[in-house]
Design a protein around this ligand. Structure first.
Ligand SMILES: [Zn+2]
Ligand SMILES: [Zn+2]
Length: 256
């Protein structure tokens, strides 16, 4: 009980200090040097970046290659681009974002993801998609939560890509809808998750034909949700669909 209490007090102290001293890192309280955001350079350097990964679905691998799952069941999307492992403290920042749209640290994670996105297209010598679609929530979840965290991430990414990487982007929330609510996805096995998410989305828009689009999500787990949305967009005429996510898990992937 005591360690729990001391952790809670420590966390409360950190939150209060950060409010009173906004120029301190929200993790370690070190003084922030401009133009840092809310995390200091040291804490940013310690974030769990994805390095070697599957070149299709972004799951972590010992070296850059294609994972067994993508070789056996090629995803419908062209490529998933994620910046971080879904590990502390990134998992915590994403969980907080779902409860609080003003979670400040997400801005720095988005800036790092934007840099990674721009570098990935440059290396592959491919044009960056110019249409971003925040992964839609089912209307019941949207009503309960009051906002879509993928929309917040999309806004931050678009602003960064426009400002720092001179990419022209448009955010479209009118193209794709989630029609099946599904169960709490993280509680299901990979197989059940893939079955439950099939045909969960519909997409329609007159000007979708031939467009290259990117679906934005906070975290990709098996990729089944993103793949289902990608299929709906491809059926509706999109030329290709990429996935951009802050984080990627490894534990729910059949290949690890
Ligand atoms: Zn720090
Ligand atoms: Zn893969």
């Amino acid at each position: 009980m005591l360690p729990l209490l001391s952790r809670a007090t420590d966390s409360l102290f950190k939150q209060l200090s950060h409010r009173l001293l906004p120029s301190s890192c929200s993790f370690c309280l070190a003084p922030l040097q401009p133009p840092a955001g809310t995390l200091c350079y040291h804490c940013v350097a310690e974030l769990p970046r994805l390095t070697t990964q599957c070149q299709w679905c972004a799951v972590a691998l010992p070296k850059n290659a294609l994972c067994g799952n993508c070789q056996q069941n090629p995803p419908s999307y062209r490529r998933c681009i994620s910046a971080f492992h879904y590990q502390a403290p990134v998992d915590n920042i994403i969980l907080r974002l779902k409860g609080n749209p003003y979670t400040t640290e997400i801005k720095q994670l988005c800036a790092i993801l934007a840099q990674h996105i721009a570098a990935t297209y440059q290396q592959a010598q491919l044009p960056c998609p110019q249409t971003i679609i925040p992964l839609p929530l089912h209307w019941l979840k949207m009503t309960k939560r009051g906002f879509n965290q993928s929309h917040i991430i999309s806004n931050l990414l678009a602003a960064d890509l426009r400002r720092e990487h001179k990419v022209t982007l448009e955010i479209r929330s009118d193209i794709c809808r989630r029609i099946l609510k599904g169960q709490d996805q993280h509680l299901l096995s990979a197989k059940k998750r893939r079955t439950s998410i099939k045909n969960a989305f519909i997409a329609e828009a007159k000007d979708l034909k031939g467009l290259s689009v990117a679906i934005v999500d906070d975290v990709v787990t098996t990729g089944a949700t993103a793949n289902s949305a990608a299929k709906a967009l491809l059926r509706a005429g999109a030329a290709q669909v990429d996935i951009w996510s802050i984080a990627r898990t490894s534990w729910n992937n059949p290949t690890g």
